[in-house]
Design a protein around this ligand. Structure first.
Ligand SMILES: [Zn+2]
Length: 243
């Protein structure tokens, strides 16, 4: 990967990462998250499903809680303690106003300045994108707009019954884009923590059978072009939108 302009997080930023399944954020995003957490930035993960249909040999009843546990351990590796998982159906996630509203509720509660999401295009650099990923990305983009509209979803309240105020996210970062504009360098501790976080999806990855080693995979996905005499460096590529 050639070097792009570095995206720099501010100490005052607050980050919300949205994805369809447990493990979706562990293909590079979690390494960037590890770096941000180390800088003192609060990060929340929002998963739209528990990925309960993700393991062929196990029932959804068994898989859902197992994958939620694996995600919790993955979060711990990169310092994320605010993990929220919604109960939409894995594999058949549908784009709906209800889905957007649930995402809006979390955006208005967390009040992120930066929202990280996964690519929603059908074609992605590694092939054809999963149906749930397409829905999750698109719904998250639309929910960002909804969250900033004071006339939408006015019945959303916090746990004390107070209305959740509208909230405008400032920056969108799309991971997995074929047209990245920025990078987040993750050389050193961040990529090591990112690899550990992917390894925590142990049962899920074992079941996939042919999944490459997390270290080889993540390094391969994020390695920057460097001179032969230079230490290898790594970066997560993202497409940035300022709102
Ligand atoms: Zn997924």
């Amino acid at each position: 990967m050639s070097t792009l302009e570095e995206f720099t997080i501010e100490q005052s930023d607050r980050v919300l990462c949205v994805a369809a399944h447990p493990d979706d954020l562990e293909y590079g995003v979690s390494a960037a998250v590890a770096k941000w957490v180390e800088q003192g930035v609060d990060v929340t993960y929002l998963l739209l499903t528990t990925g309960e249909a993700g393991i062929q040999d196990k029932s959804p009843e068994e898989t859902g809680p197992l994958r939620a546990q694996e995600q919790k351990r993955a979060c711990a590796k990169v310092g994320v303690d605010d993990l929220r998982i919604l109960d939409f159906s894995d594999g058949v996630l549908e784009y709906s106003t209800e889905l957007r509203k649930k995402i809006v509720e979390v955006i208005r509660d967390v009040k992120p300045t930066v929202l990280v999401l996964t690519e929603w295009a059908l074609e992605v650099p590694w092939g054809l994108n999963h149906a749930d990923h397409r829905v999750a990305g698109l719904a998250a983009v639309d929910a960002v707009r909804d969250a900033g509209n004071k006339w939408l979803f006015t019945d959303l309240t916090d746990e004390n019954g107070a209305q959740l105020d509208y909230w405008q996210v400032s920056t969108l970062l799309v991971s997995g884009s074929d047209r990245p504009t920025h990078q987040i360098e993750i050389t050193g501790a961040p990529i090591e923590k990112g690899i550990e976080s992917l390894r925590e999806h142990r049962v899920y990855l074992e079941n996939l059978g042919d999944h490459p080693d997390p270290s080889d995979l993540l390094r391969g996905m994020t390695e920057l072009e460097t001179d032969a005499d230079e230490e290898q460096r790594y970066a997560l590529a993202v497409r940035r939108f300022d709102l």
